[in-house]
Design a protein around this ligand. Structure first.
Ligand SMILES: *[C@@H]1O[C@H](CO)[C@@H](O)[C@H](O)[C@H]1NC(C)=O
Ligand SMILES: *[C@@H]1O[C@H](CO)[C@@H](O)[C@H](O)[C@H]1NC(C)=O
Ligand SMILES: *[C@@H]1O[C@H](CO)[C@@H](O)[C@H](O)[C@H]1NC(C)=O
Ligand SMILES: *[C@@H]1O[C@H](CO)[C@@H](O)[C@H](O)[C@H]1NC(C)=O
Length: 442
C-alpha cells in the first residue's frame, strides 16, 4: 500500500539514512523467530444434513512474537508475506467471534506510553485486507533481537492500531517494502539496513497442521534441516494484477501445473493450470481458478458446502494421496493430511476456494505453504523452494549474492511424510473460518 504523504516519506528517508549503522553482536547475520500455531473458533454458514446451519469451525493461523519498546513489550502478529507493513494492537472488541476476542486479548499489547524509546510520527493510515481492515497510527520504536537481552533493531517504523475490524491479531507484513510498495523501510528493509542480515532475504517453514513444535522464520538465513534436496531458484515475477504492470510488488512465482496423485493412481495434472501464483502466508486457504476447483471437486468426490468450500469425509485425511504443485523442475506434493483441514469434529474441507477473475491467477496460502520451504530473496528478486521436512535445526547465513541459497542443500531425507502424528481426536482449540486473506484484494 503506497503512502501518499510526501512529508512522511521525507522524514523516513532521513531517519533511515541516519540509522543505517552496523550493529554489534550480530555475528551470525541472521535472526530467527519460532512460528507459532494458533487456532481460533468462528461461526459460519454451512450445509449440515441438507439444512443450512451455523457451524462452529476451527482454523489455524501462523504468528510470530515480537518484543517492542524499552523495556520490551510482547506482542504477537500474523506472519504475512502478502502485505508490506507491520502493525500491532488490533481492536479486540470488534473481533469476529468471542473466541477470537479471547485470542486477541491474549496476544499481547504494545502500550506506547510505557516505552521510553517510543516516538509518535503523527501520521495515520488505513490498511485494507481481503477480510477486515485497520486504521493505524505510525510509531517508531526498537524491536529486541530474539535471544538477546539488549540487542535491538533500532527505530523501526510500524503501526499501532487505532481502530480495526474483524481482526484478532496485528499483522507482520513482510512483503516488498521500501522502493517497491512503501516510502519507508519495513522490517525486512530495516534488518538489512542495520546490518543484522546480509541480504533482504528470509526463509519460512510454517510447520505442519499437527506439529506441536510450530515452524520457523529466519531473516537473513536458511535452516537446512527444514527441507529435503536442493532449493530450486525461481524469478520473483513483477506485479501481476490482472495482467497489467500496475499494482504492488508481491511474491509471484510461475506455477507450471496443479494435479493430484490419488491413493489409487499416478500423478495427473490439470489442463490450463499454468499461471502466476502468489505465495501468501497470511491466507489460510489457497485460491485457484474455478476450472481447477471443479476438477479437484470431481477428483475428491467433494461436496460443495454452503460456505463455498469443498467438503470431504474426514477419513480421507489418513489416505496416502497428494495434491501436486509443480514449478519448473520441482513438484511440491502436499499430502492430504496437510491439504485437508478438520474444521469441526465431523466436517473436513479441502484447503482451497475458487478465485474469480478474468485472468488465471493462484494464491497459494497456508494449505500449500506448510508443505514447502521457501526462501524469499528481495535483494535479487528470487524465490527458492523445496519440500518441507523437519529433521532438526541448522541455521545458515545467506549472503546477498545471486544464487546464494543454491549452495545450501537440505539435510532431511526425501521420503514423503504422509500423515505423521495426526491426533486421534478432535483438537479443541481456538479458530476462525474467517478466511484470513492478509493480502490486499487481487
Ligand atoms: C464452538 O466450539 C467451542 C469449542 O468446541 C465451544 O466452546 C463453543 O461453545 C462453541 N460455540 C458454539 C456457538 O457452538
Ligand atoms: C477481552 O478484554 C476486555 C477488556 O479487558 C474484556 O472486557 C473482554 O471481556 C475480554 N473478552 C474475552 C472474550 O475474554
Ligand atoms: C464418489 O461418490 C459416489 C456417490 O456417492 C460413489 O458412488 C463413488 O464411489 C465415489 N467415488 C470415490 C472415488 O470415492
Ligand atoms: C557456492 O559454493 C561454491 C563452492 O564452495 C563457491 O565457490 C561459490 O562462490 C558459492 N556460491 C555462492 C553464490 O555463494
Amino acid at each position: 500500500m503506497m503512502l501518499a504523504l510526501a512529508d512522511f516519506q521525507l522524514v523516513f528517508t532521513l531517519v533511515g539514512a541516519a540509522l543505517a549503522l552496523p550493529m554489534s553482536g550480530t555475528k551470525k547475520g541472521l535472526m530467527s523467530f519460532p512460528v507459532l500455531h494458533k487456532r481460533s473458533q468462528a461461526l459460519n454458514l454451512r450445509t449440515k444434513d441438507n439444512v443450512v446451519a451455523l457451524g462452529n469451525v476451527s482454523t489455524l493461523s501462523y504468528l510470530i512474537r515480537l518484543q517492542i519498546g524499552t523495556p520490551p513489550q510482547l506482542v504477537e502478529v500474523v506472519l504475512d508475506t502478502g502485505s508490506f507493513e507491520l502493525w500491532v494492537d488490533p481492536t479486540c472488541a470488534t473481533a469476529a467471534t468471542e473466541s477470537q476476542e479471547e485470542k486477541c486479548n491474549a496476544s499481547g499489547r504494545y502500550v506506547p506510553s510505557m516505552s521510553s524509546t517510543y516516538v509518535n510520527k503523527g501520521v495515520i493510515q488505513h490498511i485494507g485486507y481481503g477480510k477486515g481492515g485497520a486504521e493505524i497510527s505510525y510509531a517508531v520504536d526498537d524491536i529486541l533481537v530474539p535471544g538477546s537481552n539488549s540487542e535491538a533493531l533500532r527505530n523501526v517504523v510500524f503501526g499501532v492500531g487505532l481502530n480495526t475490524n474483524e481482526l484478532a491479531w496485528g499483522v507482520g507484513g513482510i512483503g516488498h517494502g521500501y522502493g517497491f510498495n512503501l516510502h519507508y523501510n519495513n522490517l525486512v528493509d530495516e534488518l538489512h539496513a542495520q546490518g543484522i542480515t546480509q541480504s533482504k532475504a528470509f526463509s519460512i517453514g510454517l510447520g505442519g497442521q499437527y506439529s506441536e513444535a510450530g515452524g520457523v522464520i529466519i531473516f537473513g538465513g536458511v535452516d537446512t534441516m527444514k527441507f529435503s534436496g536442493k532449493l530450486h531458484k525461481f524469478d520473483n515475477m513483477p506485479p501481476q494484477i490482472e495482467g497489467s504492470k500496475e499494482g504492488p510488488w508481491r511474491y509471484w512465482i510461475q506455477m507450471k501445473s496443479v494435479g493430484v496423485t490419488t491413493p489409487n493412481s499416478v500423478m495427473s495434472t490439470y489442463e490450463y493450470s499454468t499461471m502466476p501464483a502468489l505465495l501468501d502466508t497470511g491466507s489460510t486457504w489457497s485460491y485457484l481458478p474455478q476450472h481447477i476447483f471443479d476438477s479437484l471437486q470431481d477428483d475428491f468426490n467433494a461436496t460443495l458446502s454452503e460456505d463455498g468450500s469443498l467438503e470431504v469425509p474426514c477419513s480421507m485425511i489418513a489416505q496416502p494421496g497428494t495434491v501436486d504443485f509443480t514449478f519448473g523442475e520441482l513438484t511440491i506434493q502436499v499430502p492430504y493430511s496437510e491439504f485437508i483441514s478438520q474444521l469441526e469434529p465431523e466436517y473436513c474441507a479441502l484447503g482451497i476456494l475458487p478465485r474469480k477473475g478474468p485472468y488465471d491467477r493462484a494464491v497459494l496460502g497456508d494449505s500449500f505453504l506448510r508443505s514447502a520451504y521457501v526462501v524469499f530473496d528481495q535483494t535479487n528478486q528470487h524465490l527458492y523452494m523445496a519440500s518441507y521436512r523437519d529433521c532438526g535445526t541448522n541455521e545458515q547465513t545467506l549472503s546477498g549474492e545471486v544464487g546464494a541459497a543454491l549452495n545450501l542443500t537440505g539435510q532431511c531425507h526425501t521420503g514423503l511424510r504422509l500423515f505423521a502424528s495426526i491426533p486421534m481426536c478432535w483438537v479443541i482449540a481456538p479458530s476462525a473460518f474467517v478466511l484470513w486473506v492478509f493480502a490486499l484484494l487481487l
